[in-house]
Design a protein around this ligand. Structure first.
Ligand code: AMP
Ligand code: ZN
Ligand code: FE
Ligand code: FE
Length: 292
């Protein structure tokens, strides 16, 4: 396949990074610097349910001569399963997509308050403790509650908090509003973006979507799967590679970096091939990459 895009960027490419515009611990500038320091030359910023980090990431990328792909990780849900859909190069002014992200973000606030109230039955934790760990721009999530639990001495780190108090089995958990995966894929695609299911085969409660649903999503315009991700199981990856090959889908590999202190994931621990990055760029019509 020939691609005009292919000569305009260089790898290694990491297409899944979070900043403090959602639940990462670092500003977009710091994230971009860390990605560069880890050898990455092309990257996507994919904060949960928001795009406000793009401008700062683009400026930092320009300074370091990196290529920036604007992105987002859109929250969705199928029954009890949380499904994350990565969107790349969509139009950030698309009204339907932006209205949906607004709805998710505002519901996430009430949901986090409910979780904190539940935890407050057994621990001395208040909503203000959580707010102290967020910025005005942040999409609120359980990681912010984890930070408050750490400050209060009820958890060692985020991993510890997620394994215990924040675990869905703890009795404190509450879900937040999220569209079904079909709606998520449609909104991203209609905004000119490329939709890729994030970490589709983690073990535990967020197991792979039923094959029938995946096939329907592909028919509806799903672009691909994030296959190389530390939380995907080996069996699941094999299955997904097969489905992707059969339907000629994009396959990606990414770190899902949340900051040096946020999660053990490091930029570049998984990468996406130049061919796949070029396919994403060639397919998208919503907004162009910011080339070095
Ligand atoms: P929420 O969207 O509020 O339900 O929180 C889920 C977010 O928490 C995801 O983006 C994960 O990256 C993050 N997360 C999940 N498990 C952990 C963990 N063990 N340590 C740190 N962050 C985690
Ligand atoms: Zn996250
Ligand atoms: Fe995710
Ligand atoms: Fe993520």
């Amino acid at each position: 396949m020939t691609s005009g895009a292919r000569s305009r960027f260089s790898g290694p490419s990491d297409l899944h990074l979070h900043s403090n515009h959602s639940d990462g611990t670092e500003s977009p500038t710091e994230v971009v610097r860390q990605a560069h320091a880890h050898g990455i030359r092309t990257f996507a910023l994919t904060d949960h349910d928001r795009t406000t980090g793009w401008d700062e990431a683009a400026a930092a990328a320009a300074e370091l001569k990196m290529t920036f792909l604007p992105g987002m990780e859109l929250s969705a849900r199928h029954q009890w399963r949380s499904v994350h859909v990565l969107g790349y190069l969509f139009d950030p002014t698309d009204t339907a997509l932006m209205a949906e992200t607004e709805r998710i973000r505002s519901d996430r606030i009430g949901r986090a308050e409910r979780i904190v109230r539940n935890i407050g039955r057994d621990y001395d934790l208040r909503w203000d403790d959580v707010l102290a760990h967020t910025t005005a721009d942040a999409t609120i999530g359980r990681p912010h509650i984890a930070d408050a639990l750490i400050t209060r001495g009820f958890a060692r780190d985020r991993t510890d908090a997620f394994a215990g108090i924040l675990h869905p089995g703890s009795g404190y958990y509450e879900p937040h509003y999220a569209p079904d995966p079909h709606t998520a894929v449609r909104l991203i695609t209609q905004a000119g973006g490329v939709a890729v299911i994030a970490h589709p085969v983690t073990s535990g409660r967020d197991r792979m979507l039923p094959i029938g649903i995946l096939e329907r999503l592909i028919a509806e315009g799903l672009g691909g799967f994030e296959i190389e991700h530390r939380e995907n199981t080996e069996t699941g990856k094999r299955q997904l590679r097969e489905i992707a090959a059969r339907h000629d889908l994009v396959v990606t590999g990414s770190s899902d970096y949340h900051g040096m202190a946020g999660k053990p994931n490091r930029p570049g621990e998984n990468t996406t091939s130049d061919e796949m990055v070029a396919r994403i760029i060639d397919r998208a019509t919503g907004t162009p990459p910011r080339y070095a």
